[in-house]
Design a protein around this ligand. Structure first.
Ligand code: SF4
Ligand code: SF4
Length: 496
């Protein structure tokens, strides 16, 4: 008999099917238990302390009760608290990133992804280092500073050496005032040694989606290839941590299995990382299954509607208050707008999900031949930035923690007390000003400068406010050619 054990290194023990089923039964039995629900809401609510904020989070059992609850007034409270937590820990800033697809060669047979090995209609492509340089220049010219690189799994056509060389190339490109300052990596599960090499290459977060926590479904959805090994895939984040990668990202592809099962599994995975390494997931992504080359989402029975999707996101925010929640351009403008008020803290913008989708294409053109999925939000980065500001958010291109050594448990301890927000706001305003000066349209720049001016006053610590104000002035002077530069003639940078 397999026992549930969050501290175990075995997938079947920390993602324990029996515990998930018992959780779902408990949630169903208590979904109208107003007294219990009120106590859980009270527990999840952020509390102000002398140093910042404290938030208790919820266990997978507790959060599953809230997810199952269908009492409208309680659901409203869940949404309210999700927003309160997001504001307490991350303020109103939203970090922006873009995916960069390097290769779509893949030896796996995932039935929901058009890159699966048996798909003979999709062209296979792997970028050369020269093409990566062009892609990075195109991304820098849009204003991006943070990328998530994506590849299929193919040890022959896309070995780790290729990924490492590509990361090096990405960091080496400095076009005009552009830099890529953080490269997050979304590649297949690998060995501790390979994770160590990725860490040495300077990656930010290692992201790996579980797709589904339901083992039987997992095996049906991944019939062939190395990814078909459920345990090896599920234990990958542990190996990444052992290899020295402090920040790991989780995610489920909602639509493959019953969402309540996935939700409980996802939170158990977060609890496992916390129990074993003392650090929960740096990020949690919430992708939903989308149409692509030979993939029709209607072929899958477990699709979820927008309301359920919003509820899942809000409940994740209550359960894991310190994690960054990521939503991609898989979702359209209206869904993204709604979720931004329920705890999402990172979004992609101006994304292309094909291999080589940026260089040589205008903002309106997008190649579809090698797309991994249909992009629902097709707006340019400039439009996304303006839209965020129009809706009271602060778009941030900040990547400071990674360089200042605020990763892993150091980051988490700052985040869990809410102190990280003393860094996020000034960094957001400085990097937003860089964006406004270097890349924004006139309309976005005009609005952005007003936002920056107003938000500067909201930086709580005087010293941080002064540093940010001086740097913002410096960026403007640099634009006019009246400022010092680094020895190689570039703009100086300050990070808090
Ligand atoms: S999901 Fe990843 S591993 Fe599976 S077919 Fe697509 S690219 Fe390959
Ligand atoms: S200061 Fe750290 S947590 Fe805040 S936005 Fe920057 S990188 Fe993210």
């Amino acid at each position: 008999m397999i026992n549930y054990n969050p501290k175990s290194s075995k997938a079947e023990e920390f993602i324990h099917d029996g515990e998930i089923r018992a959780t779902l039964e408990y949630a169903e039995a208590n979904k109208h238990n107003a007294k219990l629900i009120d106590s859980l809401l009270e527990k999840a609510r952020p509390r102000k302390t002398e140093d910042g904020w404290l938030c208790a989070g919820l266990t997978h059992r507790e959060a599953s009760v809230l997810l199952a609850c269908d009492l409208p007034d309680k659901n409203e409270k869940i949404y309210e608290i999700a927003e309160e937590i997001k504001k307490a820990f991350y303020g109103n800033r939203i970090v922006i990133f873009a995916p960069l697809y390097l290769s779509n060669y893949c030896v796996n047979g995932c039935v929901y992804c058009p890159y699966h090995m048996k798909n003979k209609t999709i062209p296979r492509k792997k970028l050369t280092q020269e093409e990566i340089r062009s892609e990075v220049i195109a991304l820098q010219d849009m204003g991006h500073k943070r990328l998530a690189i994506e590849t299929g799994e193919d040890p022959v056509n896309c070995p780790l050496e290729y990924v490492l060389e590509s990361i090096n190339t990405i960091y080496s490109v400095h076009h005009k005032n552009g830099d890529i300052r953080r490269v997050n990596v979304n590649i297949a599960a690998t060995t501790v040694e390979n994770y160590r090499r990725l860490k040495e290459a300077g990656i930010g977060t290692y992201i790996l989606f579980q797709e589904t926590y339901h083992k039987e479904s997992y095996e049906q959805l991944h019939p062939t290839g190395p990814k078909s090994n459920y345990a090896y895939h599920t234990e990958a984040h542990d190996r990444a941590m052992e290899g020295g990668i402090d920040d790991v990202g989780l995610g489920v592809l909602f639509g493959l299995e019953m969402y309540k099962y996935e939700f409980a599994g996802l939170l158990m995975h977060a609890e496992h990382l916390e129990a074993v390494f003392g650090v929960g997931p740096h990020t949690i992504s919430v992708p939903r299954l989308k149409r692509a080359d030979d993939i029709n989402p209607d072929d899958f029975d477990n699709g979820i509607d927008d309301d359920t999707f919003a509820k899942i996101t809000a409940c994740i925010r209550l359960a894991v208050p310190y994690t960054g929640i990521i939503i991609s351009t898989r979702e359209n403008e209206s869904v993204r707008g709604r979720l931004l008020n329920m705890g999402v803290s990172q979004i992609s913008g101006g994304s292309r999900t094909s291999v080589g989708g940026y260089a040589g294409y205008s903002a309106e053109e997008r190649p579809h031949d090698t797309e991994q999925f249909d992009v629902s939000d097709q707006r340019s980065l400039d439009e996304v930035v303006r839209w965020l500001m129009d809706n009271g958010h602060i778009p941030s291109f900040c990547t400071a923690c990674y360089r200042l050594g605020r990763t892993g448990d150091r980051f988490m301890s700052l985040c869990k007390t809410g102190q990280i927000s003393n860094c996020c706001l000034p960094n957001a305003l400085m990097t937003l000003t860089e964006y406004l000066e270097d890349y924004a349209s006139d309309e976005t720049r005009e609005l952005g400068h007003k936002v920056v001016e107003r938000e500067l006053m909201n930086i709580p610590k005087e010293n941080a406010r002064k540093i940010a104000a001086e740097q913002i002035e410096y960026i403007k002077k640099f634009r006019d050619g009246n400022a010092d530069t680094t020895p190689d003639g570039r703009r100086k940078r300050v990070e808090i």
